[in-house]
Design a protein around this ligand. Structure first.
Ligand code: GUN
Length: 613
């Protein structure tokens, strides 16, 4: 899968199929080949590029089977875009006794021209025993291995594993070896019962076990309520039959939930029903007409949610959107709170900064990878300190920057400032998201006691700007890099207009620049050389052939990455080494270290300076 844009694990990408590319995140409306409620051109017009239908239902009906075998499934459904087919696994779970086996169903899907072919996995629910789920995982893998499909088509190896984190991860690892597409299965009972917190566990473990270059699908997950959270955790595609199932029950989808037609007083402006019917007229309409129009409304709600999610990814504000949406239902709130458990893992995929500011409304707003990262750094900063001084928010407000710098420079203490109810190093005051945050006034204050710094007599024993640079370097590149990159004697140039640090140089050569946008550093090759001995955490090794190009300033492509540190986070500076051990370039990671090792295409590091430049 090709990634065009990202926000943490969420991505906008392209999945290539024989019948065209699917732009993700995407929802595939479920098409029942027996009863086509919404014609496929209407589905296309509503913004859906791909659909899913059921190979088993087609196989079982003599008429449909013959038509599909003779003319292909695209002709049968009168749809020219990508079609995914399912295998009958879910029907076996619901009705029991599916007569066709795995190999037969896969061959059939292939024969009728499906683009994404699903194996006949074994459906398991959280109610199954561990040993049943374990054998379903192993048997599913054996089944996926036992089939071969035509070139260009994608094999969907379904991830099972119930609520067992290790089994989800194992299933996902195994399926990643042999599949092109990874649906997360066995989750319909969770979705139907609003068990979103459990779904968080399932999705995170499935995602972390999966190859990052494979699309992740959530079977049955296409409700606007939960989609943003699923996308944030790395789900790329969904399917939805609920648009029509809900329509049959006179239920209409909205961004935050579902409403009953009997209780509606009007239709919102965005709804295709608006201007066509009043709720009363729709209630009185014939059944087919009513189901059709509610289905169209529901598809529009899904489509609208997808656009919003895409915009959020582009803006880098998906976390905030998910936080906000989690207020829509207590079960979603519980799921949002569950995310905290995975912060150490999720943080590795989150960019170092974003364009959009962070909003802090209440204590739960602190539950995001940026704050997790800064808190983790702060606890090490405190651990290493001999002496600590805390500057309260009101102290900071009452004193000028130069007064504070003066106090700072006369002592050798760790300086903490209060920010959104937590304490953080003062040296990070201009970095993202500290500088770029908008906070509610009633956020809880720090309960810790602090000592008000006094303006003391005596000489300066350190320089605030230099210490600032050192702490930012430690934050970005790891412990021990600050003094290496900015030794005594570093010359600091500041902006005349803003007073902010712009560049740092040593012996007349620029070692790093500070970005106005997020307050972080960009290393020059000179700077990279200075920290090389302590920068394993932000280093990668590439093939000799690649190194030759990278040393001239050309980007690193994933397929040439031989080693990459798992600590590398997207958009942070990364040192590029050749296999022979020489440092050849410095640039910005386009993805996390884990992802770089798995992607076969795309840019891993955007090089900004090579050794030969
Ligand atoms: N549809 C909904 N859930 C599932 C599942 O677990 N496996 C398959 N193959 N289809 C599904």
């Amino acid at each position: 899968m090709e990634i065009l844009n990202r926000d943490g694990l969420a991505r906008i990408g392209l999945i290539e199929t024989i019948h065209g590319k699917i732009r993700t995140p995407a929802v595939m409306p479920v098409i029942n080949p027996n009863i086509i409620t919404v014609p496929l051109n209407t589905i296309s017009d509503l913004g859906f590029q791909a659909i899913i239908t059921n190979g088993y239902i087609i196989r079982r009906s003599e008429k449909l089977r013959r038509a599909a075998e003779e003319h292909g499934i695209h002709d049968l459904l009168k749809f020219n875009g990508p079609i995914m087919t399912d295998s009958g696994t879910f029907q076996e779970y619901v009705y029991g006794g599916v007569e066709y086996g795995n190999v037969e169903m896969v061959k059939f899907q292939d024969r009728i021209g499906s683009d994404i072919i699903t194996i006949r996995d074994i459906f398991t629910t959280p109610e199954n025993s561990r040993s049943e789920i374990e054998s379903a995982v192993e048997e599913g893998y054996a089944r996926a291995r036992s089939v071969k499909i035509s070139k260009g088509k994608l094999l969907a190896g379904v991830i099972q594993g119930g609520l067992y984190p290790d089994l989800r991860m194992r299933s996902s690892k195994l399926m990643s070896k042999i599949s092109d597409y990874l649906p997360i299965g066995g989750v319909v009972p969770l979705l139907e019962n609003y068990r979103y917190a459990d779904l968080v566990d399932v999705i995170v473990n499935s995602k972390l076990g999966a190859r990052f270059d494979l699309p992740i699908h959530l079977f049955g997950g296409g409700h606007p309520m939960f989609m943003p959270m699923a996308v944030m955790l790395g789900v790329d595609t969904f399917d939805s039959s609920s648009y029509v199932k809900y329509a049959r029950g006179n239920r209409l989808m909205f961004p935050e939930g579902t409403r009953d037609l009997s209780k509606l007083s009007g239709f919102p402006f965005w709804s295709p029903l608006n201007g066509r019917y009043s709720p009363d007229e729709l209630r009185k309409a014939g059944e087919d007409e009513r189901i059709y129009w509610i289905s169209v409304h529901n598809l529009a709600a899904i489509s609208m949610e997808l656009s919003e999610i895409r915009e959020r990814i582009m803006e880098g504000s998906l976390w905030q959107y998910v936080e906000w949406k989690s207020q829509a239902h207590p079960a979603l709130r519980e799921a949002f709170i569950r995310l905290a458990k995975y912060m150490p893992k999720l943080e590795k995929f989150q960019e170092i900064s974003k364009k959009s500011p962070q909003y802090f409304a209440d204590a739960y707003s602190l539950s995001n990878p940026y704050v997790y990262r800064i808190r983790k750094f702060t606890s090490r900063y405190i651990e290493r300190a001999m002496d600590i001084r805390e500057f309260s928010a009101s102290y900071m407000e009452r004193h000028s920057a130069s007064e504070i710098a003066e106090i700072y420079e006369k002592g050798r203490f760790a300086a903490l400032i209060h920010w959104n109810g937590i304490r953080i190093p003062m040296e990070l005051e201009d970095t993202y998201p500290v500088q770029q945050s908008i906070s509610a006034r009633f956020l809880p204050g720090c309960r810790a006691r602090y000592e008000l710094p006094q303006r003391s007599a005596g000489d300066s024993i350190r320089n605030f700007d230099l210490e600032k640079l050192r702490v930012i370097a430690e934050y970005q590149y790891g412990e021990g890099t600050g003094v290496l990159l900015f030794p005594d004697g570093t010359e600091i140039r500041k902006s005349k207009k803003t007073g902010r640090i712009r560049t740092a140089s040593l012996n007349g050569k620029i070692t790093a620049t500070m970005r106005a946008m997020d307050g972080f550093l960009t290393l020059t090759f000179e700077g990279a050389k200075l920290i090389a001995s302590r920068a394993r955490r932000i280093s990668i090794v590439v093939t000799k052939e690649s190194a030759e190009f990278n040393s001239k300033g050309m980007n690193v492509f994933c397929k040439f990455v031989r080693k990459a540190s798992n600590w590398i986070i997207p958009m942070n500076d990364t040192l590029v080494y050749s296999e022979d051990g020489s440092l050849v370039a410095v640039g910005k990671a386009a993805m996390s270290g884990r992802e770089m090792k798995q992607f076969r295409r795309g840019v891993a590091v955007n090089v900004h300076e090579g050794v030969l430049e």
